[in-house]
Design a protein around this ligand. Structure first.
Ligand SMILES: [Zn+2]
Length: 68
């Protein structure tokens, strides 16, 4: 386990072309959309860790019918 968490995908464009930023600790740059962002650890959730079931069925809140 490494000290810093490395993002796998750009949170803005979803690309994998991420590189550590010169801005400092936890800062990353996306080579695809040229955005720079910073990851920050906010703390542990009060509820603690929950076991993730093997077959996750997440409610599809994101699917909406586009207004015409
Ligand atoms: Zn990006």
């Amino acid at each position: 386990m490494t000290e810093r968490a490395a993002p796998y995908y750009c949170p803005y464009c979803g690309d994998e072309d991420l590189r550590p930023s010169e801005e400092g600790h936890g800062a990353w740059e996306c080579g695809a959309c040229n955005r720079a962002f910073r990851l920050a650890f906010l703390g542990l959730l009060a509820a603690g860790l929950r076991r993730t079931p093997e077959h996750r069925t997440e409610p599809d809140h994101t699917h909406r019918e586009a207004p015409r």
